[in-house]
Design a protein around this ligand. Structure first.
Ligand code: ADP
Ligand code: MG
Length: 500
């Protein structure tokens, strides 16, 4: 064990180094002028993205310290949908600053205590003094802030309006259905009042503009031998056996015909036997089979009819507008919603599948932050202005804590300023000048100034309409602090036997 002397610091140094390597990969993507990354895997598949969470998710990282940073970005994305790069860049700076504190002789536990204290003080202050309570009128601005610097920025107004409309219609971001259709431009994206099913009819079907629709939550096919029973039959008996199975199915199909009373479409959750499809079509009914559960649920909400568990239970059909469209050789069925339904689908258009993927990521961020602000109604000004405000507060009030943790609080304050500094740097401006100018404004009581990414210097974020959810900033500070303190407290990395 003698040669392991000094290993304590080794683990910390290695973790800090690995975490900082992760930060370096996403640093340049932060802010409206952030660059994109092209990621290529072993098979040559390419992703071009500006989204921190996506870059980190796709990174092939072996070091456990690096993995913890990636995990924290996932947490940020799950809770706040956006702000992943911010979190990781802040955590990186907190780690760098702790290296300086190590050199000054501070124990990791003291640093952790100071950082945690600082995070709490900063968040309390954020809620108390920096956060603004504004109504739904800022939702568009919040959406626009989330998409600046992304592919979708080309159509900022359209995208932000669509996001706000979609969240308002669905009530919650998780209920917004998104369908990407390649072969168009972002400007052609729209909100469709209804559900889009990416399936086609089993047998070619002549669709009327308006038709009856039924929903069936089961299958219409012979049950697979569950018990693997072996039975010996002669040819005549076998065909009789098969026929009886089919007769049962056709009996089920008759229920559908009876309920439909004319032409119509039935969406079926599971498989449907070809004979049944043929029988139904002969009776004027089109079949869409193997419809995913989530789509069935959406159809249920959109048509206001129940989903029958068996054909016998089928209730009345809905009479709706329905159409068929083909995009890039894929057939889609568009089912319009009944008048009193709030079910809508965001239809995204983009030239190719890869640009469309990035469009979808941009929409995801914007939909998420709009939903956060809709629920919480609290925002802060963007551009990292809230971070500089928190830093100023900590510098002025850190002394109240006293003792050595005070040094960690000051280091924490310095780290917070990395956000506006990086945004300015990525836009090609001097980070130091920008941060100093922001500090100066804060001394004069103006908390709303942030980097002017086009002309350099600083500008009023509130007047420019750059807002972010308060919850996002709070979570970014908490997550970054948590991962930093977790990494600092590790003094050894030990191999463990693989999980059973
Ligand atoms: P993240 O993954 O952290 O969301 P982004 O690349 O989306 O990273 O950058 C977000 C940062 O850019 C936020 O701090 C936001 O306030 C800032 N920002 C967005 N638009 C502007 C703008 N027009 N001017 C200055 N800062 C902006
Ligand atoms: Mg963002």
């Amino acid at each position: 064990m003698t040669e392991d002397k000094g290993k304590t610091n080794n683990a910390q140094v290695m973790n800090i180094r690995a975490a900082k390597a992760i930060v370096e990969t996403v640093r340049t993507t932060l802010g409206p002028m952030g660059m994109d990354k092209m990621m290529v895997d072993g098979a040559g598949n390419v992703i071009v993205t500006n989204d921190g969470a996506t870059i980190l998710r796709e990174l092939d990282v072996a070091h456990p310290g690096g993995k913890m940073m990636i995990e924290i970005s996932k947490t940020q994305e799950t809770i706040c949908y956006d702000g992943t790069t911010t979190t990781v860049v802040l955590a990186g700076q907190l780690l760098s600053n702790s290296e300086m504190l190590f050199e000054k002789g501070l124990h990791p536990n003291v640093i952790c205590r100071g950082y945690r204290e600082a995070a709490q003080m900063a968040i309390d202050y954020l809620h108390r003094e920096v956060s603004i309570n504004i109504g739904n009128e800022v939702l568009h601005d919040v959406a626009k802030t989330a998409i600046t610097g992304k592919t979708v920025e080309a159509a900022t107004d359209i995208v932000s309006t669509l996001c706000v409309d979609a969240v308002m219609a669905a009530g919650d971001v998780d209920k917004v259905r998104v369908v990407s259709l390649p072969g168009g431009s972002i400007e052609e994206s729209y909100l469709f009042n209804g559900v889009i099913v990416s399936k086609d009819f089993v047998l070619d079907y002549d669709l009327d503009e308006e038709t009856h629709v039924l929903l069936l939550n089961t299958g219409l096919e012979e049950e697979k031998g569950k018990d693997n029973v072996q039975v010996q039959l002669n040819a005549a008996d076998y065909s009789q056996f098969q026929k009886s199975g089919r007769d049962d199915l056709l009996e089920c199909a008759q229920h559908i015909v009876m309920k439909m009373q004319g032409k119509g479409v039935v969406f079926v959750r599971d498989g449907v036997h070809d004979h049944v499809c043929a029988y139904l079509r002969k009776n004027g009914i089109g079949v869409v089979r193997r419809v995913p559960q989530s789509v069935m649920k959406a159809l249920n909400g959109c048509l206001n009819i129940s989903v029958a568990q068996t054909p016998e239970e089928l209730e009345d059909s809905a009479f709706v507008k329905i159409s068929r469209q083909k995009h890039n050789d894929v057939q889609y069925i568009f089912v319009s919603a009944q008048d009193d339904s709030d079910q809508s689908t965001l239809v995204l258009r983009g030239a190719t599948q890869s640009t469309l993927d990035e469009v979808e990521r941009g929409f995801d961020d914007a939909l998420g932050v709009v939903s956060l602000v809709k629920d919480d109604q609290r925002v802060v000004c963007g551009g990292g202005s809230s971070f500089v405000a928190m830093a100023s507060y900590l510098r002025n009030h850190g002394a109240s804590v006293g003792g050595r943790p005070q040094m960690a609080i000051e280091a924490f304050a310095d780290a917070l300023e990395v956000i506006p500094a990086t945004i300015a740097e990525n836009a090609g401006h001097d980070p130091l000048d920008v941060v100093l100018a922001m500090r100066h404004e804060i001394q004069n009581g103006n908390l709303n100034y942030g980097p002017n990414v086009t002309d350099g210097g600083i500008t009023n974020m509130k007047e420019a309409g750059i807002f972010e959810p308060t919850k996002l900033i709070k979570q970014a500070v908490l997550s970054a602090t948590e991962v930093t303190t977790a990494l600092l407290r590790i003094d050894d990395i030990i191999g463990r036997s693989p999980a059973e």
